[in-house]
Design a protein around this ligand. Structure first.
Ligand SMILES: [Ca+2]
Ligand SMILES: [Ca+2]
Length: 142
């Protein structure tokens, strides 16, 4: 699950629909049984922009592998699987992620996870489909 979390970096980090099991301690103001609200497809673009800016530390408008890698705590597992995912996101193969590449990838993941096609993903869908979608999109799972 660790690799999935890292690879889904933006997607999971910005989403109230955590792909991880919900940690009740992390949301003391919310009853543990209460699922977070679904995340709509419209939220993905703006959320990814924010995430992109947070990681683009040299502000050149691209995420380099170094910038991407740095966000992941030097996890050795990330060195291999993370690079595979990065290369999948880098659709024009210039070894850096443009904003649009990151947004497009997230939307592809979103559409895969949203298996009832209602334009929103619930926590249940994330947990049920997150790993499978990651695998089908990149060939990498946990
Ligand atoms: Ca950059
Ligand atoms: Ca690129």
């Amino acid at each position: 699950m660790k690799t999935l979390r890292l690879a889904l970096l933006a997607f999971a980090a910005i989403s109230p629909v955590s792909l991880m099991a919900q940690d009740p301690a992390a949301s003391p103001d919310r009853a543990p049984q209460t699922a977070p609200p679904p995340m709509s497809r419209q939220q993905i673009g703006p959320a990814m922009e924010l995430e992109f800016d947070r990681h683009d530390t040299d502000h050149d408008g691209y995420l380099s592998w170094q910038e991407w890698e740095k966000s992941n705590d030097n996890d050795p597992e990330f060195q291999t699987n993370g690079k595979i995912v990065f290369d999948h996101m880098d659709t024009d193969h210039d070894n850096r992620l443009a904003r649009q590449e990151m947004v497009d990838w997230s939307l592809r993941m979103f559409d895969c996870v949203d298996d009832n096609r209602d334009g929103a993903i619930t926590q249940a869908e994330g947990q049920k489909n997150g790993q499978r979608c990651m695998m089908s999109e990149t060939g990498v799972s946990d």
